[in-house]
Design a binder for this molecule. Structure first.
Ligand SMILES: [Mn+2]
Length: 333
């Protein structure tokens, strides 16, 4: 698969890289890694994202390559690239504000991703491997034997950050021996793991902990304590002075409770819809739950958008989660 991707990349001179809206460490890390590789090949590369780069990921953009999508400034963006590569996003809809420009572009539309999906849609070329822990893993494999080693330090750091972020700091079941070997190589090439960890996770604002407190205050447990649900409204965010980025990592917290198999964070979006993020400890397929609502992701980490209001979304989700718990756990009892 990556040989095909490498061959594909030989053709276009101007390559645009983007990732899903509200970009995470893997999306940004993989894109910056890929940008280094493309520049090494002598290509013209741009990275455009929407909305802006969250502060905790600024340390990855050492070269200031990342542009924030602005519909006025980037109205003609679609005309620039010969190839438009969507990194770490399974479908064009996940581009958010950039989606329309993407649709209208004449560029060859390419997907490089590791999410599960039913049938690929909206791309001319699809490079997906759902066995990979992170998009950064795919980029590392792509470049490992195609670039001089050691890799440039900012590139190595970006790829390492992608691995860290999507494996939950090497504690999820996707943290395979292969991932650890890659991480070891990157560390040998100069990445400072403690530094990356500090940059990624220890840059919070007090508002973030206030928001966590507010969310924990409303923690609900269902299904004999196996389903933990957190919810945050726009009013909660305002009351805490918090922003969307302050929620990063919150959804994983209920899995720290003994007996919880599925954790969920529901938060109200600007448009009144409810974004559901789900995490599974090990046994329950939360991808199946999110697919039911038109979303998806991985077996142990997925998301979907539901119609509001909050209580209605919560009730609908609860029903589907409890059914999935039943399905995936009943044979164990
Ligand atoms: Mn990813």
């Amino acid at each position: 698969m990556l040989d095909h991707f490498a061959r594909f990349l030989e053709q276009p001179q101007r390559v645009l890289l983007t990732t899903h809206e509200n970009p995470d460490g893997d999306g940004i890390g993989a894109m910056i890694g890929l940008a280094h590789y493309l520049r090494h090949l002598g290509k013209d590369v741009r990275i455009v994202i929407s909305p802006e780069l969250p502060p905790f990921l600024h340390f990855l953009d050492t070269e200031q390559w990342v542009e924030t999508f602005d519909s006025e400034r980037h109205g003609n963006l679609g005309q620039w690239p010969e190839a438009w590569v969507l990194v770490d996003a399974s479908e064009p809809q996940r581009l958010g504000a950039m989606h329309e420009v993407f649709q209208a572009s004449q560029a060859v539309k390419v997907c490089l991703d590791h999410h599960m999906k039913a049938a690929p849609q909206g791309f001319d070329q699809e490079f997906t491997d759902s066995t990979a822990s992170a998009s950064a893993e795919l980029v590392f494999e792509l470049v490992a034997k195609r670039m001089p080693r050691p890799l440039p330090r900012p590139m190595a750091t970006a790829l390492y950050a992608g691995l860290v972020d999507d494996t939950g700091n090497f504690r999820f079941s996707n943290a395979t021996s292969k991932v650890h070997r890659m991480a070891a190589e990157l560390i040998e090439e100069g990445v400072l793991p403690a530094r990356v960890y500090q940059d990624l996770y220890h840059q919070g604002r007090p508002e973030r902990l206030k928001l966590f407190g507010c969310a924990f205050e409303g923690l609900e447990l269902h299904g004999e304590g196996r389903f933990a649900c957190l919810s945050l409204s726009q009013a909660n965010l305002h009351a805490c002075g918090a922003i969307h980025d302050d929620m990063e990592g919150l959804v994983n917290k209920p899995l720290e409770l003994k007996g919880v198999e599925v954790a969920c964070l529901l938060h109200e979006l600007d448009d009144g819809r409810i974004k559901a993020s789900l995490r599974s400890r090990e046994l329950v397929d939360v991808n199946a739950i999110c697919r039911y609502f038109g979303g998806g992701g991985h077996r142990l980490a997925s998301g979907a958008k539901l119609n509001g209001p909050m209580e209605k979304a919560k009730a609908e989700l609860k029903e589907v989660v409890l059914a999935q718990l039943e399905k995936d756990l009943s044979h164990l009892e």
